[in-house]
Design a protein around this ligand. Structure first.
Ligand code: ZN
Length: 248
């Protein structure tokens, strides 16, 4: 089975469509690690696109804030402004859809998916300390997480060494692969579709092939100018618009 793993779409329809076009024919099922909405200009359209497509979706912190499950108090003012804007845009059906998204972790076919970390949906895994805590708290051999918007992740080798996943500069639309080793454990972030923060503004996703025991990481440019234009028209905060270019 080949799983397309999508995360942190953040209402960016152009980036989502480009990732779906790039991955077309290369996967059987779709898993989504949350944050469908927040920041970007197309919350309803992104939900419409993902809802029929994804076999499983776990909710993210922005999904919760945008449908009133949390009050976004711990958000910075830019994220909060975008969450409030999103709340006004959502149709009642989409609002309800977000409210009913399940909390991770969810297990499927020997894979575990979470938004932030197995420790908690709002926790970040940024560094080796966060990775060690996650590995200690959860015995799952393969966990996909999002939330940090950094593509890559961590490996705990069979002889208990912690390594980070190094992805050489990835060519547009071409996979950079890692092979899953026997008895090693993995925390993998497919990267963010709609607002990457690892210094590369191109949309990011990953595909897991459970038979080949391989994960392919992808980056692809998309029509960012269109997304930015929509954001300006919607009066979304300027720093959220410019950060797309720098991928921070
Ligand atoms: Zn996010």
């Amino acid at each position: 089975m080949r799983y397309l793993i999508l995360s942190d779409i953040h209402s960016n329809l152009e980036a989502l469509e480009k990732c779906l076009a790039t991955s077309d024919g290369r996967y059987d099922r779709v898993l989504c690690l949350g944050d469908l909405v927040g920041y970007g200009p197309d919350p309803n359209a992104v939900i419409d696109r993902l809802q029929p497509l994804a076999a499983v979706i776990v909710r993210g912190n922005h999904d919760k804030a945008c449908c009133g499950l949390t009050d976004a108090e711990d958000f910075n003012y830019l994220a909060r402004a975008a969450a409030e804007w999103t709340q006004w845009q959502l149709t009642p059906d989409h609002f309800e859809f977000l409210r009913n998204l399940p909390n991770g972790p969810i297990q499927i076919d020997g894979i575990e998916i979470v938004h932030g970390s197995p420790i908690g949906e709002d926790e970040y895994i940024f560094d080796s300390l966060g990775a060690v805590e996650a590995f200690q708290s959860d015995p799952a051999p393969l966990v996909f997480f999002g939330h940090s918007h950094h593509q890559g992740g961590f490996v705990l080798t069979a002889d208990k060494r912690l390594q980070s996943v190094h992805l050489t500069p990835i060519k547009d639309g071409e996979p950079t692969s890692i092979t899953l080793q026997e008895n090693a454990r993995y925390l993998i972030n497919p990267g963010s579709i709609g607002q990457p923060r690892d210094g590369d503004g191109r949309a990011a996703f990953a595909i897991l092939d459970t038979e080949k025991k391989q994960i392919d990481f992808y980056r692809t440019p998309y029509d960012m100018a269109m997304t930015q234009e929509k954001m300006r028209k919607a009066d979304l905060p300027e720093p959220l618009i410019t950060r797309l270019e720098v991928g921070r």
